[in-house]
Ligand binder design. Structure first.
Ligand SMILES: *[C@@H]1O[C@H](CO)[C@@H](O)[C@H](O)[C@H]1NC(C)=O
Ligand SMILES: *[C@@H]1O[C@H](CO)[C@@H](O)[C@H](O)[C@H]1NC(C)=O
Length: 557
């Protein structure tokens, strides 16, 4: 900073002393020649370690698409040459520009100018302006540019990383603020200031992150929905108007509430944007959070916990659920939890927290047991079933299906009916919403015939699982009421080897040994038997719960 003001003076002084000594070769008033260093189109102002300098831009920088952030005043991560074009200082044919560094700004607004689009950016540590490359009389600028060496880790850590993440921050975030009495007026105000600053840094917008606020105490209330504000400027005063509710710190209740009521389409939940809930809690919750969190996670909500002045080792004994954070988050690796030692240190958490909630690649919790499957039903249509019972089987299929989130990018369902022969009732993705799918299940016509379960499993592998998406979990549910006429063992083994998780549901005369061959190990968890069709309904929740338990116990990336 010291350099900034005296710079021109220093150069003037240098110039004067040079010219007074440069006599011997004659011509006293020979003008010192200004050498103008050339730069590339993608050179950012922040890369050059000088407060003020002149440089020459090449032609055709527009085509390089080197990014520019701001209008008039640019964030120092902007391309110098394109900032100069945007400002109208040079054209796309290049030319000389003078760059002057400035202090960082709180917001850089993007705009269209000279056929070049600049982007918006919240907060950067340094700015610059560009002007026409004609040095003022007597001023000589450096003839070489002092580049800041690039550190190989630069993009892995630090602000560049933050900036890159922010570029792709399209998430729907519910902020759960603590309104309990324990927090007090002053801290409640700190909490509001924190949210206002988050809004500023995150830069709310319909193409980027959207945020809403819920205040919880005894009960949660929506302060405003996800779609209430489409920019940070309007959102901030809304945060400021929030008044403290008081009451307990019922976080579990608040998490149930957002799961059931908040992340709805009517409330602004956007299909393509991951759902994030950030819980701010003073100390610890006054109710249990584990079950509510699990349900919220399973419906795709990524839960973050910011614990301010959390319980110490001694206080933990008094807490309703001692490890509430670990029980609430989908990973206990620290990514989803941010302990803050005091309310007065909360401000420092803004940037690290925003960076995490915007890091959509790491929001793995939005992949859940309910939305990550390709499920194939393999349905026995043999004569022994009978028309009435077949309808019950279809109800069973529909009841399981109903529990999942159905779409082409979520869970997909396919169905095969078999006797001696096999029939593809519908393929994965053929019915891409729940209503259509349930209708299609209802419309399956009872076939009646023999029972070749082995051939049906092979058929399902060929017709359905061969078209499974690589990131989906392949689940097969075989429903049969009798012993198969063919071998089931080899076909079952083959699909297990392809990574299919197989469930067998046996009714009445189904053979125990075959059910176990079909089922993935451990059999107890994947094979069910009932004496009569009327008891089938009992296994709907068992199957669904097992699918979810298995999913949740497996390590994911
Ligand atoms: C005079 O100019 C010549 C060539 O331009 C240079 O080599 C020489 O060093 C100069 N002498 C002085 C005293 O600057
Ligand atoms: C399916 O769900 C309905 C409604 O909850 C229930 O009445 C029926 O018994 C269930 N049937 C089966 C087979 O699961």
């Amino acid at each position: 900073m010291l350099l900034r003001a005296p710079l021109t003076a220093v150069w003037l002084a240098l110039l004067l002393s040079c010219s007074s000594e440069a006599k011997p070769n004659g011509s006293k008033n020979k003008k010192p020649k200004q050498v103008i260093p050339a730069i590339e189109c993608d050179v950012r102002a922040g890369k050059i370690n000088l407060p003020e300098f002149i440089a020459k831009c090449p032609s055709d920088c527009k085509q390089t698409k080197s990014q520019v952030y701001g209008t008039g005043v640019f964030a120092s991560i902007s391309s110098i040459c394109n900032a100069a074009i945007h400002s109208g200082v040079i054209t796309n044919s290049g030319g000389k520009v003078i760059v002057r560094k400035m202090a960082g700004q709180n917001i850089y607004r993007g705009s269209n100018s000279q056929g070049l689009r600049s982007l918006s950016l919240p907060k950067w540590r340094e700015s610059f302006v560009v002007s026409v490359g004609k040095p003022k009389k007597g001023v000589i600028y450096p003839s070489t540019l002092d580049y800041i060496p690039s550190r190989p880790t630069y993009s892995k850590t630090g602000e560049m990383d933050f900036f890159l993440i922010m570029q792709y921050c399209k998430v729907d975030i519910a902020w759960l603020m603590d309104g309990s009495w324990s927090i007090g007026k002053r801290r409640f105000k700190i909490q509001k200031d924190f949210l206002a600053e988050v809004a500023q840094v995150i830069n709310v917008g319909v193409a980027g992150p959207m945020m809403g606020v819920i205040q919880y105490g005894d009960d949660p209330v929506t302060e405003f929905s996800l779609k209430a504000y489409t920019n940070s400027r309007e959102l901030k005063p809304a945060v400021d108007k929030i008044t403290q509710k008081g009451g307990m710190s019922n976080v579990g209740k608040a998490l149930s509430y957002i799961n059931k009521h908040y992340f709805s389409d009517a409330n602004g939940n956007r299909g393509g944007a991951p759902n994030v809930a950030v819980v701010l809690v003073d100390g610890w919750p006054t109710d249990k959070v584990e079950e509510a969190s699990r349900q919220a996670r399973e419906s795709g909500i990524n839960i973050f916990f910011v614990t301010i002045e959390g319980p110490d080792e001694y206080e933990k004994q008094n807490v309703v659920e001692p490890n509430f954070v670990d029980k609430a988050v989908c990973r206990t690796n620290g990514f989803y939890s941010l302990p803050v030692s005091s309310w007065f240190a909360l401000r420092k958490a803004v940037q690290p927290l925003v960076k995490r909630v915007c890091d959509t690649d790491r929001l793995v919790c939005s992949k859940t047991c309910l939305n990550a499957n390709d499920i194939a039903f393999v349905i026995d249509g043999s004569s022994s079933v009978g028309t009435g019972n077949f309808r019950t089987v279809l109800q069973f299929v529909a009841n399981i299906t109903r529990e999942f989130e159905i779409s082409d990018t979520d869970t997909r369902v396919g169905a095969v009916q078999y006797t001696y022969e096999q029939r593809l009732e519908f393929a994965f993705g053929q019915h891409n919403n729940k209503a259509d799918l349930l209708n299609a299940i209802k419309r399956i016509n009872y076939w009646s015939g023999g029972t070749s379960t082995g051939a049906a499993i092979t058929y399902a592998a060929e017709q359905l699982f061969s078209k499974s998406k690589p990131n989906k979990r392949k689940i097969m549910i075989v429903i049969t009421d009798g012993r198969s006429y063919d071998d089931v063992r080899a076909p079952a083994l083959a699909v297990h080897r392809q990574g299919v998780i197989a469930y067998s549901i046996g009714i009445a005369w189904a053979a125990q040994d075959e059910l176990e061959y079909i089922a993935t190990d451990p059999d107890k968890e994947h094979s069910y038997f009932v004496d009569e069709f009327d008891s089938l309904y009992k296994f709907v929740s068992k199957v669904v719960n097992n699918i979810c338990q298995e999913f949740n116990s497996q390590p994911r990336n």
